[in-house]
Unconditional design. Structure first.
Length: 96
């Protein structure tokens, strides 16, 4: 059990990460090949990581004892990588 955390909150977090991953993979790949490929790969990684985190949190919620889930830097690293890919995308779109 995780104190003050419900399955609904877990599902909302999961769906927010899924939307982020799908948007990253679908919107940016239009203009430049490498930035587009990077965003698709990052989007897939975000979706995969969100599924793993959702399942881990669901199991922790269903337990009888209170547990602490260790913090991970994966979400921060994926968000930073996505921001860098979008920045590269915007630089490539800028007229010279």
């Amino acid at each position: 059990m995780i104190a003050n955390y419900t399955n609904q909150a877990n599902e909302q977090s999961f769906l927010a990460w899924i939307r982020t991953g799908l948007t990253a993979g679908a919107v940016v790949p239009v203009a430049t090949r490498y930035a587009g490929l990077a965003t698709v790969v990052i989007g897939i990684a975000i979706v995969a990581r969100s599924g793993f985190t959702f399942e881990r949190t669901r199991r922790a919620i269903d337990r009888d004892e209170i547990v602490q889930i260790p913090q991970s830097r994966a979400e921060s690293l994926l968000a930073a990588a996505l921001a860098i890919a979008v920045l590269i995308f915007c630089i490539n779109l800028a007229p010279i």
